[in-house]
Design a protein around this ligand. Structure first.
Ligand SMILES: Cc1cc2nc3c(=O)[nH]c(=O)nc-3n(C[C@H](O)[C@H](O)[C@H](O)COP(=O)(O)O)c2cc1C
Length: 244
């Protein structure tokens, strides 16, 4: 990664500007921006990301929230820049907000989420498991090798409890554990709709700790709208903090 972040400007065959920084994730994001934003926005995003990664000195997949906050603090106190408007040092709130927007755009493009879709109206999740997810708290998940042979976070149920029992043999490895348990899991799913049955107690599925916030079944579109609302709320709150 020695050349990252090195800003290279080139042109596509169609004559449109293309910016690359030398990292596949970041360059894919810049290509995404190029397809949707005006040339000035693309240039600003490319420069903002070069500045950000130049300062944090990390690979994109190693960046954590604290790096972003450190970066913002540094930008506010940047003594190498004197503003013409008021003669003060540090970048203007508007420039910092734009840089933050460039960084959060990159992060949003890299979001990886799974569990949140499992309780949507469209999800093919077993209805009994869906109800369990909606009622579960974040403490109701467990990392268990019981389904696949590899550790995977899932809903705690009589199934995972039985596999955790000290008297129970250890799960096999991958791929032998699925060979061992798949038929049993299918039978559990088929019988789980019977209220009060052992199968109902055993039924579970993969899910992350975010299950604690999945309390209401909604459409997949609504999940996306909620994410957008949260994003707007978070960026507005950060912008307010930058102004104070
Ligand atoms: C139903 C389901 C199946 C998954 N299967 C795998 C898998 O086979 N391999 C893997 O590395 N991660 C798997 N994951 C984890 C996701 O790749 C992703 O890291 C995780 O779901 C993101 O966190 P979140 O579920 O809290 O949003 C799975 C997640 C879910 C919900």
């Amino acid at each position: 990664m020695s050349s990252f972040p090195c800003l290279v400007r080139s042109s596509t065959r169609g004559g449109e500007a293309r910016f690359e920084l030398g990292d596949p994730l970041v360059d894919a994001y810049l290509a995404f921006v190029a397809g949707r934003a005006r040339a000035n926005t693309l240039r600003a995003v490319a420069h903002d990301l070069k500045t950000f990664f130049g300062v944090v000195g990390k690979d994109p997949d190693e960046v954590v929230a604290a790096d972003v906050f450190d970066f913002l603090a540094l930008q506010r106190g940047d003594r190498t820049v004197i503003r013409i408007s008021d003669g003060e040092s540090g970048l203007s709130a508007r420039t910092i907000a734009r840089r933050l927007s460039s960084i959060s755009g990159l992060c949003a493009a890299g979001v990886w989420c799974g569990s949140v879709w499992l309780t949507t109206e469209e999800a093919e999740t077993h209805p009994v498991v869906k109800e369990k997810f909606l009622a579960a708290t974040s403490a109701d998940t467990v990392r268990s090798r019981s389904r696949t042979g590899k550790p995977a976070r899932q809903l705690r149920s009589a199934w995972t409890d039985e596999w955790e029992d000290a008297e129970t043999p250890m799960p096999l490895g991958m791929p032998m554990q699925p060979v061992l348990v798949d038929a049993a899991l299918q039978r559990i799913d088929r019988a789980a709709h019977r209220k009060g049955s052992g199968a109902e107690r055993l039924a579970n599925y993969f899910v992350g700790q975010i299950v604690g916030t999945m309390n209401q079944s909604k459409s997949a579109a609504q999940v996306v709208y909620d994410m957008i609302d949260e994003f707007i709320e978070a960026t507005q709150s950060l912008a307010r903090q930058l102004e104070t």
